[in-house]
Design a protein around this ligand. Structure first.
Ligand SMILES: Cc1cc2nc3c(=O)[nH]c(=O)nc-3n(C[C@H](O)[C@H](O)[C@H](O)COP(=O)(O)OP(=O)(O)OC[C@H]3O[C@@H](n4cnc5c(N)ncnc54)[C@H](O)[C@@H]3O)c2cc1C
Ligand SMILES: NC(=O)c1ccc[n+]([C@@H]2O[C@H](COP(=O)([O-])OP(=O)(O)OC[C@H]3O[C@@H](n4cnc5c(N)ncnc54)[C@H](OP(=O)(O)O)[C@@H]3O)[C@@H](O)[C@H]2O)c1
Length: 395
């Protein structure tokens, strides 16, 4: 979650007497309480006052970690949005849309219409977070409670473009799910992390686009998603049986014969995007079957393997690309193709009063679930402090 500190690599890790939970990125999923071996993690309302104060003091001087893009974010000081109920459309029921909805319910009298193309709330928490991290997925229960709130009209399986109604404001929280492309020969025969992850998580309509062929797979990318893909590929049948995956996913993975994974980073280990806890988790499980190769750039992918720009090649049955994601343009709104986002000022879409963005479509595809909480708060703060005319989904 990146909210528990000090974490590996930070001063005090493994030597201090206490761990601290950053309220700015904590997503209230309760996982820390579940895993703490000495039952020391407690909700703030049950903890001793001096512990709450010590926790606050630890973070008082620190920038929010994993939230460099939110440097300008300050603790919200809200005016309640006056003038009686207002109608707000929230498009997307992933973390950003759910935190924005929660914030609107807490801070305003707004009636919220919440839509998602998918039949269930959660976005990438449901269909991205790896199935061997069930405690992370617990946050979905609190998202479901938000969707059942009496001031929320939850419309599953609905695309925003289908709506004709007009709203006082629209918050677009549609995520950034287009896989970045490597641009090498043979890439179409590779499997993107987006496809692989959607398949093992059972997203409706998702299918595995390649046949899994052992004994070696290469994964291009050095982010946490690349490590998720490696961990799942290297899970044996017993480990797979403990995960919430379908029988057909379990059987396909177990039968793949993939025993070894090469992770390719185009830069060095110090620049890798993965977090240390994620790397340690992979290496503890399967360290002898993982090769980390840095300063390596692929040029061609064929059935014989992957050619690199230094003239060497790696024999492998499958190539996976896990090199990040970017947003897609939204009809009627401006788009920055270089950053893959809708241009905005603290969530307010530039030049389009009444339209707001939150989450990955606002900041780009970076940051864990918790970062979307502060991000959505900033957007709702921009919304309640502005006055504008009616907005409709595509205007
Ligand atoms: C593979 C993967 C694993 C991850 N694992 C972790 C993890 O373990 N821990 C962690 O902290 N973070 C993890 N993250 C990051 C985390 O998932 C993101 O920070 C977060 O999901 C971004 O939230 P979002 O709401 O912006 O986007 P999403 O979660 O993508 O939600 C967007 C929602 O909008 C909906 N939508 C899109 N277009 C429309 C439309 N036109 N009409 C209606 N609905 C629409 C989509 O269906 C989706 O439900 C992971 C990310 C990935 C890609
Ligand atoms: N457990 C968790 O908390 C968890 C799990 C999954 C995801 N997440 C979060 O979700 C976000 C997205 O994760 P992600 O892994 O998709 O993206 P990411 O963290 O941005 O990592 C993308 C990786 O791909 C590399 N890359 C990009 N373009 C490339 C190219 N053309 N050729 C070769 N390599 C290329 C990047 O290298 P460069 O650094 O050189 O650009 C980087 O190593 C991150 O913030 C991540 O932390 C969190």
């Amino acid at each position: 979650m990146n909210s528990i500190h000090p974490s590996p690599g930070e001063p005090g890790f493994g030597t201090g007497a206490s761990l601290f939970i950053d309220p700015r990125t904590c997503i209230d999923c309760g996982a820390c309480a579940d895993i703490c071996p000495v039952d020391a993690a407690q909700p703030a309302e049950q903890a001793a006052a001096e512990d709450v104060e010590r926790n606050a003091a630890y973070f008082a001087e620190k920038e929010p970690l994993d939230a460099t893009d939110l440097d300008s974010w300050e603790a919200p000081s809200y005016q309640v949005w006056g003038g009686g109920p207002r109608r707000v459309l929230v498009v997307g029921a992933g973390p950003a849309g759910m935190y924005a909805t929660r914030e609107l319910l807490l801070r305003t009298t707004a009636e919220v219409t919440l839509v998602d193309r998918l039949a269930q709330v959660g976005g990438l928490v449901r269909y991205g977070v790896a199935p061997d991290h069930p405690s992370t997925k617990q946050i979905i229960e609190s998202f479901e409670r938000i969707a059942r709130h009496r001031r929320v009209r939850w419309m599953p399986s609905t695309d925003a473009t289908e709506l004709q109604d007009s709203f006082d404001a629209v918050i677009h929280a549609v995520g950034a799910r287009r896989s970045r492309r490597l641009g090498i020969n043979g890439e179409d025969a590779a499997c993107s992390a987006e496809d692989f992850v959607a398949w093992y998580n059972g997203r409706p309509g998702a299918a595995l686009p390649v046949e899994l062929v052992g004994p070696r797979a290469v994964i291009v990318g050095n982010g946490n998603v690349a490590l998720d893909v490696a961990r799942i590929l290297l899970s044996d049948e017993e480990r797979l049986r403990r995960m919430d995956v379908s029988q057909s996913v379990r059987q396909t993975l177990a039968a793949s014969g993939i025993k070894e994974v090469v992770l390719l980073g185009r830069r060095g280990p110090d620049e890798a995007a993965y977090t240390q806890p994620a790397l340690q988790e992979l290496l503890t499980a399967a360290g002898d079957r993982v090769e980390l190769r840095y300063h390596a750039r692929p040029t061609d992918w064929t059935s014989a393997g992957l050619a690199l720009d230094d003239g060497t090649s790696i024999a492998a049955g499958n190539l996976f690309t896990a090199i990040g994601f970017e947003g897609k343009p939204i009809d009627g709104l401006p788009f920055d193709p270089d950053r893959g986002i809708v241009p905005n000022v603290r969530g307010a879409v530039v030049g389009h009063p009444g339209h707001y963005v939150a989450g990955w479509i606002k900041r780009g595809a970076r940051g864990g679930i918790g970062v979307n909480k502060a991000c959505a708060q900033e957007t709702v703060m921009a919304l309640v402090s502005s006055s504008r005319g009616p907005a409709s989904p595509g205007s």
